[in-house]
Design a protein around this ligand. Sequence first.
Ligand SMILES: [Zn+2]
Length: 296
Amino acid sequence: MRRALLLAAMLVLGSCKVQLTPEGLAKTWDAITDAQKDLTPENEYWTGRSVATNLLARHEYRYHDADALQDGRLEGATAYVSAVGGVLAASAMETTRKGDRPAPIAGWHFTIIESDTINAFAAPGGWVFVTTAAIEAAQSEDELAAVLAHEIAHVVRGHALGSIKKGRWANVAKTALDTSVQLDEQSLGELTQVFEGAMDDMIDGILVKGYSKDTEYEADRVGLEIMAHAGYDPQALVRYLKTLDAEQGGGGGGFQATHPKASDRISKIQGKAQELGKVEIPQVRFARFKAAVEEL
Ligand SMILES: [Zn+2]
């Protein structure tokens, strides 16, 4: 575990050959303090992979269509969700905003997780996950698109990376400065811990505590732009949130634990959804959505 985290740390820093000497550390420090704004797409890819692996392992999630995925094949509902997600991801890349993350270097990955909890989440670098319950709660492909577009928005706006506490970077800098000549066993341990902490920060944001309300409203707003540009009905987000509101009246995990109240989200985005207009959903979309849900 330690070794894996340190490796992840090195990858985040951009190279496996980070020199653990005073000069190397100075460079490392610069790289780390600039990391949030200057993460390269490669850094982001490896960070996202580590985050995705960690959060899936911690929650013992099971993939839908796991055998096919293991063989590198997209099948069944997973192929369908990936096709919808792919259209939205392309739309996200066409409707870029200032401060958006660059396109993921290994493309986007859309994976279904078998769970009775309505939820969806994403890790940096284009890893998007949606639960079977979240798909089943949707009434149409357009509502599923609303869920995926919201997650894509979290990725393009760098929300998970932004949840790494500022103090973390200061600790890394301190560890680096306190170290003479070479990183000894203890300093190496401290550095590893800092990255373990950064991983925890991101997982907290993604799946445990959630992001700030404003961050979620931003994901809704950007998600709306992405889905509208792709030709999906912006009103579908409002409809899906209404379902969430009705179903999540009481306590519960998933979206409810990590997102603002569905009714608050509706009132925040209703104006923008109206501004973007309404799309008449073609019958073919209903038919293929129904077929995909039947495969769950
Ligand atoms: Zn969200």
